[in-house]
Write a new protein. Structure first.
Length: 228
């Protein structure tokens, strides 16, 4: 009798775990069915990702990249930061593998403005300098603001879909490298989304939503025409 209950308990646990499994799988990119599938970025075929190059055309070089060995110019735009992207468009070898990276360099006082990655959780390491990393929770947490000054060698994690930013609070340039559990994490810059969409969000919507005058909305819109 006791054994019978134990068996039943095991069956119930297995069923509960199986019910969770599809949720766990959906939390990241789909699992690959091949060793690798080097993206054919020129292919017209539309799948959930990119079509694969023929294996014969996919050499060792697609599994390595030196794109983030050097950083970009941090003084070339008003943010005072420069993102060197290493998603599937820059690194066809990660196609279907559910991972990608970025390097971001910051001038003193530079920022990677508040943004969201709709398709990925992010883990990052600061390589040099001191970055204030801020993450804002959903309404579930009462919009809690989590933050820390992250220094060289230290790491952080940004849960998928949460708004976050980095800001260089140090006196020198700073560099971080981040990884995503998606080959194409996507980025929603909050200022650009609100004030630089194409075509623009009607001003009365933003006046009501932000509780300011039309002049303030127009001023903000004027800052984000052109995307920077
Ligand atoms: C980032 O740096 C690169 C290389 O220095 C430069 O060509 C590019 O214009 C910069 N990008 C932005 C958006 O500032
Ligand atoms: C600078 O930040 C804005 C959002 O505030 C964003 O739209 C733009 O793409 C950023 N530019 C660079 C070069 O990162």
């Amino acid at each position: 009798m006791e054994n019978c209950f134990k068996t039943l308990a095991v069956v119930v646990i297995v069923v509960l775990l199986l019910q969770q499994a599809p949720v766990l799988v959906r939390a990241t990119d789909a699992d690959p069915l091949q060793d690798f599938c080097v993206a054919d970025l020129d292919s017209e075929v539309t799948v959930n990702g990119h079509a694969c190059k023929p294996a014969s055309a996919a050499g060792d070089e697609f599994l390595f990249s030196s794109k983030i060995a050097t950083g970009g110019d941090v003084n070339a735009n008003p943010n005072g930061s420069n993102v060197t992207e290493l998603d599937v468009a820059e690194w066809p070898g990660v196609n279907t593998l559910g991972v990608s990276m970025n390097r971001v360099d910051f001038a003193p006082g530079g920022t990677n403005p508040p943004h969201i990655h709709p398709r990925a959780t992010e883990v990052g390491i600061v390589l040099r300098g001191e970055l204030l990393v801020g993450i804002i929770g959903t309404l579930d947490t009462g919009n809690r603001y989590y933050s820390k000054v992250v220094r060289a060698g230290e790491t952080f994690v940004i849960p998928r879909g949460l708004m976050h930013f980095q800001f260089n609070v140090g006196k020198t340039e700073a560099t971080m490298v981040v990884s995503f559990n998606s080959q194409n994490p996507g980025i929603v810059f909050v200022p650009l989304t609100l004030f630089g969409s194409n075509p623009p969000i009607p001003t009365p919507v933003l006046v009501k939503a932000l509780r300011v005058d039309a002049g303030v909305v127009e001023l903000l819109k004027s800052k984000f025409t052109g995307g920077y």
